[in-house]
Design a protein. Sequence first.
Length: 290
Amino acid sequence: MNDSYGSFNSTTTTSSQASQLKIVENADMLKVKEYVKSLLKTRIFLGRYLERLLADQRIGYRDIVKLSPAETDLKRDLLDAQSKLRSVFSGTHWIGITDSEAAGHSSGICLWTEIENQPFGVFWFQIKSVKFRDFEVIIQLKCLRHITDAFMEVEPIILGRAEKPTIESTLNDTAKVVISSTKSIFTVDGLKDGVTFIFVFIIAVFTGSNAFVQFLGNFVLALVREMSNLVTKSTPLLLGCLDFLSKIVGGFYILIAMIFKPSNPNPLNRRTIAYNNRPQTTYYNDKNFD
């Protein structure tokens, strides 16, 4: 009886402690929520809309706004709010305040939010509110005014575009990319896939070359045969055409010769044949006939 009573008391004590702990946690969570809202709400800052990326499988895509390097006070407050939120939502909620490296950009602070019409470029933004959803803490923003190109040229420092990458930094970044790509390629699975691809490629090249050589040989033989038939069949036709052309040319030359031939030939030169320049006289003698 005493043992059952003691176990009942211990169970009651444990449940009461759990409920008190839950109440304390809820109170701390409410304090953090109120603190973050009062710290960030209605704050105006200069930022650049970058792109839209997948934040988490549970919440989907979010618009990314990078805070200007000139907004040092808001950056400090955002980091403070991020620390407070992580203390009460550790591992359960996606917090829409990260460094820009998580989004694949240079150093800075990025806000993962929802913006209508996705305005690319630099804007003055205002924090409308801080929403606490089932799996997410999102900073809702409002676009106030677009920054013109003239202001972007005059104030490059405010927009975070004053520093241009040097050759050394560019080479370092390129080397890092090459090293990371090489590490991702030279793995056990990568080498296995590479060897498999090489063998398949060699077999495909050999098979394709064999088929191509066979096709080329058959094509050449068929071409030679058809050319021989063409020459055999077309030789009489070509000879007839040449004979016809030769007759046309010969007739043309004969026609030209007939056109330029004189119509009246020169008369023959009649001459009197004399014997010692004296005319000959022949006498008739009847005795010469029987």
